[in-house]
Write a protein that binds this ligand. Structure first.
Ligand SMILES: NC(=O)c1ccc[n+]([C@@H]2O[C@H](COP(=O)([O-])OP(=O)(O)OC[C@H]3O[C@@H](n4cnc5c(N)ncnc54)[C@H](OP(=O)(O)O)[C@@H]3O)[C@@H](O)[C@H]2O)c1
Length: 204
């Protein structure tokens, strides 16, 4: 299977890329250095090679801050990556999938796409936006194409360390263990999963 993962240099994206490659898939990835998801023309060029599975994973978080103290530029940069970057990725890769009536887009959401906590309002706003965008998209797609939300659970990555601190983050599985659970679920996604949410790791 041909797979594209945005944000594949660290954390979940990097581990997922390694796991899917080990399982025999052809995986391409990107990061800010190689292809910034905020740059739609660059993504369009990247999407000239179509894929069977797009994992829209790239995202950023901010240090814990009260909303009214957040720098407007930092809020804007987060939305540019986490919401507009995902839209750009879908906009670049979906037309070919829709044309051939085959393909899956998996969008990395979060528990904070359906719940809220203090000090992470911008991140919550971005993931709630994705939940709405992908649920609406799933109602637009033709038979054969699926849009799926992924709630990865808590995984000990740079992003979780930023959100919870190193000590708390260390209580959760690492990215390689997570990827060994996520890869089989992602590779078995098909049209019948359109509109669903995949939960990879239970938080309880
Ligand atoms: N870890 C968790 O517990 C957890 C929980 C819920 C949801 N998630 C979600 O899971 C996904 C992966 O999270 P993670 O923990 O693996 O985060 P991470 O360790 O911070 O990795 C994020 C990846 O995204 C890339 N990236 C950031 N901005 C980008 C941009 N503008 N263009 C292209 N690539 C960009 C980063 O690469 P560079 O910095 O090199 O550009 C990096 O490879 C995110 O969507 C996150 O919101 C994670």
């Amino acid at each position: 299977m041909d797979v594209v993962i945005t944000g594949s240099t660290r954390g979940l994206g990097k581990a997922l890329m390694a796991e899917l490659q080990a399982r025999g898939h052809n995986v391409r990835g990107c990061s800010r250095d190689s292809l910034d998801v905020r740059d739609f023309p660059a993504l369009e060029a990247f999407a000239r090679d179509p894929c069977d599975l797009l994992v829209a994973n790239a995202a950023v978080a901010l240090p814990s801050t009260r909303l009214w103290e957040l720098e407007p530029a930092h809020f804007g940069a987060l939305i540019d990556t986490n919401v507009k970057g995902v839209f750009h990725s879908l906009r670049a890769f979906l037309p070919a999938m829709v044309e051939r009536k085959s393909g899956v887009v998996a969008v990395m959401s979060s528990d904070w796409g359906r719940s809220a906590s203090a000090l992470v309002a911008a991140y919550c706003a971005s993931k709630w936006a994705l939940e709405g965008m992908v649920r609406a998209l799933s109602r637009e797609l033709p038979m054969g194409v699926a849009a799926v939300l992924v709630d990865p659970g808590n995984v000990n990555t740079d992003m979780l360390k930023l959100a919870l601190g190193e000590e708390l983050a260390a209580r959760y599985p690492g990215p390689a263990e997570w990827a060994s659970l996520a890869a089989p679920q992602l590779e078995s996604l098909g049209p019948e999963h359109n509109g669903r949410t995949l939960r990879i790791v239970d938080r309880s």
